[in-house]
Design a binder for this molecule. Structure first.
Ligand SMILES: [Zn+2]
Length: 332
């Protein structure tokens, strides 16, 4: 997923808050509705020996026009059927990341938006801490791809590493594309800021020798497999993490952006897919794999916590969200 930066809008909001505070008045005036905050956005799920914590970054709004290869009326019907909130800015879409504990090891899959976008996003760090975890205990970060909503959260506002003890894994194909100034210079104008964001996010890890570019056949952290699901980006990767007892977690990144539409019609694509045909093939492959294997799925843009299973239904598929269940070994 990608949206244009809303830094300007955020600055306006900050300016308004500062002006209000300086005047000694309430931050929220009586004429405005109070900010509506949810409880901290994390959710735990046991999968075999894995202890997975889904982390909510916030919501983005994707313009309806960015949904491709579907008639407008059909798209509107599917969105309405699923009661998906839609605003003038677009279709509400969650942004999630996943912390996977196995023994003492902590693997983070994707890192959220941090300060790259507006005030509706950037909560991964806060939610990680709310879940009782510390960034310095994360030893591995697996990136599904190098878009800003997945890697801006690798760094603090000062550009230093948010996860100072982690090794970051990024597909070589995505690194060759998003980290290369020459590719950036050839890219459409609207995409160019994404390259800067990607380079800034990986810089401290690269400097410390802890950015691993992997290709097919390379050794990966134990118990982890990378599936080539290119199309959304050149090196888009879905991660399979083994949970023992025949249980698996499939963290599929941006295989689905529009859950109300793309399970039913996997051939629907997204404006920012680098290669739409390849993205559709990857989506079909992951849906089929999830359905056949019965694996747990975690999706970056599925409704929070974005965890559940996939069933076949009619000519397409159906998303079955996780049912809340106690996590063994968690303190009351
Ligand atoms: Zn995304």
């Amino acid at each position: 997923m990608f949206m244009l930066s809303r830094n300007a809008r955020r600055l306006v909001v900050h300016a308004a808050l500062l002006a209000c505070a300086a005047a000694g008045g309430p931050v929220v005036s009586a004429a405005e509705p109070a900010a509506f905050e949810q409880v901290p956005g994390y959710y735990r799920q046991a999968i075999g020996e894995l202890r997975v914590t889904a982390l909510f970054d916030g919501v983005a709004f994707l313009p309806r026009a960015h949904m491709k290869d579907i008639a407008a009326k059909r798209a509107a019907g599917l969105l309405a059927w699923s009661y998906v909130p839609e605003q003038a800015a677009g279709i509400q879409t969650a942004v999630n990341a996943y912390l996977v504990r196995r023994g003492d090891s902590r693997i983070l899959v994707d890192a959220g938006t941090a300060d790259c976008f507006g005030p509706t996003l950037g909560r991964i760090g806060a939610n990680l801490r709310s879940a009782g975890e510390r960034p310095e205990d994360v030893d591995t970060v697996l990136l599904t791809h190098a878009h800003p909503d997945h890697l801006c959260g690798l760094v603090k506002p000062d550009g230093s590493a948010m996860y100072p003890n982690a090794t970051v894994w990024l597909a070589a194909e995505d690194a060759r594309y998003w980290l290369d100034p020459q590719v950036q210079a050839q890219a459409p104008q609207g995409l160019r800021p994404m390259f800067d964001m990607a380079r800034r996010a990986v810089a401290p890890y690269e400097a410390a020798g802890r950015l691993k570019r992997f290709a097919a056949g390379d050794a990966l952290p134990s118990g982890v497999r990378a599936l080539d699901t290119g199309g959304h980006t050149p090196g888009h990767t879905s991660w399979v993490i083994e949970g023992g007892d025949g249980q698996q977690l499939l963290v599929w990144g941006d295989v689905v952006h529009f859950h109300a539409v793309q399970f039913v019609q996997p051939e629907v694509s997204y404006e920012y897919d680098t290669d739409r045909r390849r993205a559709v093939a990857s989506r079909r492959a992951m849906l089929a794999l999830a359905e056949r294997s019965g694996a747990w799925v975690a999706g970056a843009h599925l409704p929070f916590p974005g965890m559940g299973h996939v069933r076949k239904e009619g000519g397409g598929y159906r998303w079955i969200p996780a049912e809340y269940s106690p996590v063994p070994g968690e303190a009351k």
